[in-house]
Design a protein around this ligand. Sequence first.
Ligand SMILES: C[S@@+](CC[C@H](N)C(=O)[O-])C[C@H]1O[C@@H](n2cnc3c(N)ncnc32)[C@H](O)[C@@H]1O
Length: 263
Amino acid sequence: MTGGRFVRLNPFVANNARVFDYVTGGKDNYDADREAADWLMSAHPQLPRDFTKAQEFTRRAVRWLGRTGIDQFADLGTGIPRQPYLHEYAPGSRWAYVDNDLVVAAHAQALLQLGDGSQVVLADFTEADRLFEKLGHVLDLARPIGVVLGSVLDFLAKPAQLVEALTDRLTPGSHLVISHAASDIWPERSDALERTFNERARMELFPRSSEELRSLLAGWTVVAPGIMGVDRWQAPDMEPGDGRDIASEPLDPVIYHGVTARL
Ligand SMILES: C[S@@+](CC[C@H](N)C(=O)[O-])C[C@H]1O[C@@H](n2cnc3c(N)ncnc32)[C@H](O)[C@@H]1O
């Protein structure tokens, strides 16, 4: 994952956001992205399902946070947006969709058609001062914010820096919605996934164990039902119909999902 500044278009090098786009059935990608993604999927045929399930989890979590009264969100590392868009799950909420990739930001701007003060924010989330300055133009930093971290911490060698910045600067009542590659659910698969990402797609992936995630999120309280490796995360106050996108049989994904709260 890019450590600093903005990412410009280079169609000849596989790009994290466009590889995700291709794996989840999108059309905003180039040959280099498709080649890298095809490598990943030939080694890990379950990837499209796991990425799609991760996105479905995020939508369920946002819908629940919206119901609990959170009305402002920051999606850090938005990627190329796919319908239905996250803000649709929390009607009336204000969003900052943040990415440091100029192509992602342009797509997001065109696709999301935001109103009511929501914005696409071009920012590097590893530069906390600048990130929060920009977020402050869109969101009220004195009130709780729902922060979506969908498949971003696992591309950071030192995710603690970002989590610490969020812990220090977000007001109590804020929540993190997290999807993160697991190293200890199916260790052989995670090892192979890490190797394929790092060697074939030239994107450093850092799957982590539940223990590592617990310590990374030590300043946060995990919301029931917990950080889970199965496709089972349900909102604590699930309403009829909320679980329609949850598989009836447990799956064997290689991604952890969970929500944490800042008390
Ligand atoms: C793997 S994609 C995840 C997309 C989306 N969150 C999802 O769950 O499908 C990671 C995204 O994070 C963005 N990104 C990577 N490093 C970043 C940084 N330092 N600052 C802001 N965005 C970054 C990439 O451009 C990419 O769009």
